[in-house]
Write a protein that binds this ligand. Structure first.
Ligand SMILES: C[S@@+](CC[C@H](N)C(=O)[O-])C[C@H]1O[C@@H](n2cnc3c(N)ncnc32)[C@H](O)[C@@H]1O
Length: 225
């Protein structure tokens, strides 16, 4: 596992490092099973035969389904603790794991004609969203496909919003098995906001809403000669 770059959001990384061993329980919520089954069916096909850069791969829950269909996958996360679980889950011959910062993506990871980020965009502060998307576009080939998967806010299933700050970012209070409570930035963007922040950075943008999740698909623009 390569180790490059230092994360620029240390508190978020520390939270996920502490949560790594209990993270996958999020995929066992009974009410979300139909959506998860639909995504397991649908997402891998988006990456068939492609060279995929996965941002914030975590424990590799989605990597395990994408890798068998992709031509190659580079899976990046800032926390070694989550990637260690991913590396046990996904055969090393199909995926290269890289420790790095989603806000400062290495430019020497290879050529990618697709990217995937599951449940990452919701953790990006509003003020950093466009820069993150620009940075992602910069390491992808023109015309590359991008798929962002994230949560819809569903009362009774989602952790409630504890606070919204002056910048408009919202926060949840999350308690881990060790009893520690963490204030975690978690945004739930509207379609209008997604379209606004991607203005000029995305072609053929399509948003699909399931009961508990949204999936945003777009292509990195091909610059005219
Ligand atoms: C909600 S988890 C998503 C995990 C996985 N994509 C999934 O869908 O199950 C967010 C992940 O972002 C990672 N992360 C946090 N800050 C990061 C950063 N600056 N750069 C890269 N990864 C980061 C955490 O370590 C964590 O694994």
């Amino acid at each position: 596992m390569a180790n490059i770059g230092k994360p620029t959001d240390a508190a978020m990384v520390a939270y996920y490092a502490s949560r790594a061993s209990e993270y996958d329980r999020i995929y066992q919520k009974p009410e979300r099973q139909a959506d998860i089954a639909a995504l397991r069916e649908r997402l891998p096909a988006c990456f068939a035969g492609k060279r995929v850069l996965e941002i914030a791969c975590g424990t590799g829950f989605w990597t395990q389904y994408i890798a068998p269909r992709a031509r190659a996958v580079v899976a990046l996360d800032a926390a070694p603790e989550t990637m260690a679980i991913a590396a046990r889950r996904v055969p090393a011959d199909t995926v290269r794991f890289v420790q790095g910062d989603a806000y400062d993506l290495p430019t020497d990871l290879g050529v990618f004609d697709a990217a995937f980020a599951g449940f990452w965009f919701s953790h990006v502060p509003l003020a950093r969203q466009r820069a993150f998307l620009q940075g992602l576009g910069a390491v992808l080939a023109p015309g590359a496909s991008v798929v962002l998967l994230d949560n819809r806010y569903v009362p009774g299933s989602s952790t409630s919003i504890a606070e919204t700050d002056l910048q408009g970012d919202s926060y949840q209070l999350r308690t881990l098995d060790d009893g520690t409570t963490h204030r975690v930035l978690k945004n739930f963007p509207t379609e209008a906001r997604l379209r606004q922040v991607l203005d000029g950075l995305a072609d053929q943008l399509v948003l699909t809403e399931l009961d508990y999740y949204w999936v945003l698909e777009y292509q990195v623009p091909v610059q005219p000669d």
